[in-house]
Design a protein around this ligand. Structure first.
Ligand code: UD1
Ligand code: UDP
Length: 349
């Protein structure tokens, strides 16, 4: 019997990472075709993940690249639609909340292809974030809503979405656990006694004074900061003439492959970030996290001082880092999210 066909849409760094455990989970049960929109395209934001995780190459590379939101999402839709009409998949799978997510979901809905949304139901309640708009839109047209937590289920219920909402945990936990079990992290040693940092949200990077203020705050911490610098931030520093050599406490490094990044986090004394995924990874690795934002979608991580939101006043980062946190091992599932999704895709529809 022919296997049912899934088209998975990826485009940005966190989606390549989420796609890896998904691919492993469904490869025996489904024919899996991947479309890479090209939202992220530098080798260290894209190719490195396919190489190091030994993932199937995407069958379709759209090379849309960086553009304004409308042009980027629209051009993705034009190309995805042609492929979906040709391939006629049984499911379209989208991850998270990027423009690639929304483009894939809109095409699927218009062509009446069932959509499975992995990481459904998250809300920041801040519609200034493009991701919040992408999530809301995607959830409202999805067939199967794969949520990580009871909070996400509640968020959906508040918007009237109750059918086919399944709590499956978080697919990124599958990968963190695989990485620990395979000793991928412990075997990669980095020097200790540092904090790790990543930052890429427009509200931290796109205005000179704000970015300068954030960098000065990292520079004032009580330990060295290793900063994996996202291309948005690299470009912003160049544009604003902010010279790396002015920040003697910060070691700037290129964006890392997944395993190196996780190792930097694993051996650190804490994380400073505005990333969604990194807040969760810090939690699972029991690392104190400071999130430079006014809100988090991952509200459970904020309990027991495991993760602290800081935005306007960045003067107490060292003190916050030194407050002890507590972590709950079962947060966002057991690391079997991929297995559960594979089963659900076979029974629902
Ligand atoms: C995007 C997602 C965000 C996600 C993040 C993950 C949207 C609206 N935003 O944000 O939700 O958290 O990815 O990292 O979908 N650039 C390069 N090389 C690349 C990619 C980007 O130089 O390979 C630069 C370009 O200057 C580009 C900028 O980074 O304009 C921003 O890229 P973009 O994908 O628009 O947004 P991100 O900030 O990466
Ligand atoms: N990540 C990575 N290399 C880096 C920084 C982050 O592989 O240098 C991984 C990180 O481990 C996590 C994902 O990228 O799995 C998070 O992506 P990002 O912060 O770009 O986006 P967000 O999660 O905020 O959407």
């Amino acid at each position: 019997m022919n296997k049912k066909k899934i088209i998975a849409i990826v485009g940005a760094r966190p989606q390549f990472i989420k796609h890896f455990p998904f691919e492993k989970a469904v490869e025996d049960s489904f024919e899996l075709i991947t479309i890479h929109t090209g939202q992220h395209y530098d080798d260290y934001m894209s190719k490195i993940f396919f190489d190091q995780m030994k993932m199937q190459r995407p069958k379709y590379m759209l090379d849309i690249g960086s553009r304004g939101h409308g042009a980027q999402t629209g051009l993705m839709m034009v190309e995805i639609e042609k492929i979906v009409e040709e391939e006629k998949p049984d499911w379209i799978v989208v991850y998270g909340d990027t423009n690639s997510t929304l483009a894939g979901a809109l095409v699927a809905a218009k062509l009446h292809i069932p959509i499975a949304h992995i990481e459904a139901g998250l809300r920041s309640f801040n519609k200034q974030m493009p991701e919040e708009v992408n999530r809301i839109m995607t959830d409202h047209i999805s067939t199967l809503l794969l949520v990580p937590s009871a909070t996400a289920t509640k968020n959906l219920k508040n918007e009237g979405i109750v059918d086919n909402v399944e709590v499956v945990g978080d697919i990124m936990k599958d990968l963190v656990q695989m990485s620990i079990n395979d000793d991928v992290i412990p075997s990669r040693k980095f020097s200790s006694d540092y904090y790790y940092a990543t930052l890429h949200r427009p509200y931290n990077t796109d205005e000179k004074d704000r970015l300068k203020h954030v960098l000065q705050s990292l520079n004032g911490l009580d330990k060295k900061v290793i900063f994996s610098i996202h291309p948005r931030t690299i470009n912003a520093m160049k544009k604003f003439g902010l010279d790396r050599s002015s920040y003697s406490n910060i070691v700037f490094i290129d964006p890392q492959g997944y395993f190196d990044n996780l190792s930097y986090l694993y051996y650190s004394d804490g994380l400073i970030t505005d990333s969604g995924g990194m807040q969760k990874e810090a939690y699972w690795l029991k690392k104190k996290c400071i999130t430079i934002r006014t809100e988090s979608e991952w509200v459970e991580t904020l309990e027991n001082n495991a993760n602290t939101l800081v935005f306007e006043d960045l003067t107490s980062l060292t003190e916050i880092m030194n407050i002890k946190g507590q972590w709950n091992d079962s947060l966002y599932g057991k690391g079997d999210c991929g297995v559960q999704i594979n089963k659900l895709l076979q029974v629902i529809k």
